[in-house]
Ligand binder design. Structure first.
Ligand SMILES: NC(=O)c1ccc[n+]([C@@H]2O[C@H](COP(=O)([O-])OP(=O)(O)OC[C@H]3O[C@@H](n4cnc5c(N)ncnc54)[C@H](O)[C@@H]3O)[C@@H](O)[C@H]2O)c1
Length: 400
């Protein structure tokens, strides 16, 4: 098979995620040369003409636009990649789907469940390929955790525990809204740590441990008012600064999740731990190549937590990179997602999570926020088991 099919990308946004995705498109064929499709960086869009030109030059885009609608309308674009703040996801995704474009959308899928449902309807009506960038699934150690859980080695699961801790919003003089601080503005972000950070934890959790049935949450907004960038006035802060919730999974296990932007000393500490009847695993983003494993069947004199350095060629994705023992990083998760998306074009299947799957995460986020404001347990209406039975995932790691 000749490796010369093109996937012509139109990227919207030039910020943090635009850089990680552009790096993914640029690197993918160096490390996954067997893929039939190659990304072509056709156009990048941002409202500032000078900035977008500089970005295009830096990352190798052929052209620039300053209105995302122009990208959606172009005949020479196959896929629209949405790297804008959350308030733009629905409008762009729906327009792109209606124009017959494939859509790759950053997480969270939307600001609200209602918006997310409209996006799923539009994508499924158009029948276009789609994916949502919950990239932590594609950390090799996290993919290995999935393979271990699926093998049944842990036995019956009792507990799932996850944290996502940061400390960047403790300063009360930080404004809300605008370029660098849109995450503090509920209109732009939808929610605070729930949609921004816990959405990652929930996506990974349901992928590893199945559907979440119901939740009981508390949220807190520590700084009640901040200056808004657009008005220059002090305004109420409506996002959740911190959130913690308990949940029941469909498999009977208990979940405990915590996220905050007020954990002094923590910048991006995403951790999870799963405790099963026979064994436990845990993972930490700050040491992302390692998976810790405790096997109760080990001989008692050597029994203890082992630290697996996930860098061998027989571990997920790692045959594509260097030699055993050499680590990879955060940016590689985006290369992996691009590779899996290209694989799904070639061989069919879903580049997971797709919009429908990300909708399930959105349902949990919504239930968490509703539970916190009502002070009571909330059902999530997640349909995870049904989804798992019907959709085949396209992940290159499965072939390792
Ligand atoms: N997968 C992850 O781990 C991860 C990490 C960070 C952010 N995100 C998500 O990625 C998205 C973008 O976040 P970011 O950190 O890159 O933000 P950012 O602020 O760094 O970049 C946003 C970009 O969108 C552009 N933009 C805003 N409105 C626009 C419009 N109307 N038309 C064209 N461009 C517009 C801005 O100019 C900017 O270039 C968010 O949805 C966020 O939740 C995901």
């Amino acid at each position: 098979m000749e490796n010369n099919k093109k996937l012509r990308i139109g990227l919207i946004g030039t910020g943090f995620m635009a850089r990680t995705h552009s790096n993914g498109y640029n690197r993918v064929k160096n490390f996954f040369p067997e893929l039939e499709f190659s990304p072509v960086l056709k156009a990048v869009c941002s409202r500032n003409g000078e900035k977008v030109k500089a970005f295009a030059e830096q990352w190798g885009y052929e052209s620039t636009e300053t209105d995302w609608r122009a990208v959606v309308a172009r005949d020479d674009i196959d896929a629209v990649d949405i790297c804008t703040p959350n308030d733009m996801h629905a409008e762009i995704a729906i327009a792109a789907a209606e124009a017959g474009k494939m859509v790759l959308c950053e997480k969270p899928l939307a600001r609200t469940l209602a918006e997310a449902k409209q996006m799923v309807d539009a994508i499924e009506k158009a029948g276009v390929k789609n994916t949502v960038w919950y990239n932590y699934r594609r950390v090799p150690a996290v993919t290995l955790a999935k393979q271990i859980v699926d093998s049944g080695k842990l036995g019956r699961i009792f507990h799932y525990r996850a944290n996502f801790l940061q400390d960047w919003t403790i300063n009360a003089s930080l404004p809300q809204g605008g370029a660098a601080t849109w995450r503090l503005d509920a209109d732009a972000a939808g929610s605070g740590v729930t949609g921004d950070l816990l959405a990652h934890c929930i996506d990974t959790a349901m992928w590893l441990n199945g559907g979440i049935k119901d939740v009981s949450a508390v949220t807190e907004t520590f700084i009640k008012e901040r200056v808004h960038q657009s008005t220059g006035k002090m305004q109420k802060v409506s996002i959740d600064d911190a959130c913690a919730f308990f949940c029941h999974f469909d498999n009977g296990s208990l979940g405990l999740f915590e996220s905050t932007r007020y954990a002094r000393g923590h910048k991006a500490l995403y951790t999870f731990e799963i405790n099963g009847e026979n064994a436990s695993i845990r993972w930490d983003l700050h040491d992302l190549n390692r998976l810790e494993y405790f096997d109760n069947a080990d001989d008692s004199i050597v029994k203890g937590w082992s630290s697996i350095h996930v860098t061998d060629g027989d571990q997920p994705y790692m045959d594509k990179w260097w030699v055993p023992g050499l680590s990879i990083g955060y940016e590689h998760t985006f290369v992996h997602q691009v590779a899996d998306f290209l694989k799904s074009l070639e061989r069919g299947g879903v580049c997971s999570p797709n919009f429908r799957e990300a909708l399930e995460t959105q349902k949990v986020c919504q239930a968490v926020l509703e539970s916190a404001s009502a002070g009571s347990w909330k059902n999530t209406d997640v349909e995870w088991r049904k989804k798992q039975e019907t959709e085949k995932e396209a992940m290159l790691s499965e072939e390792v």
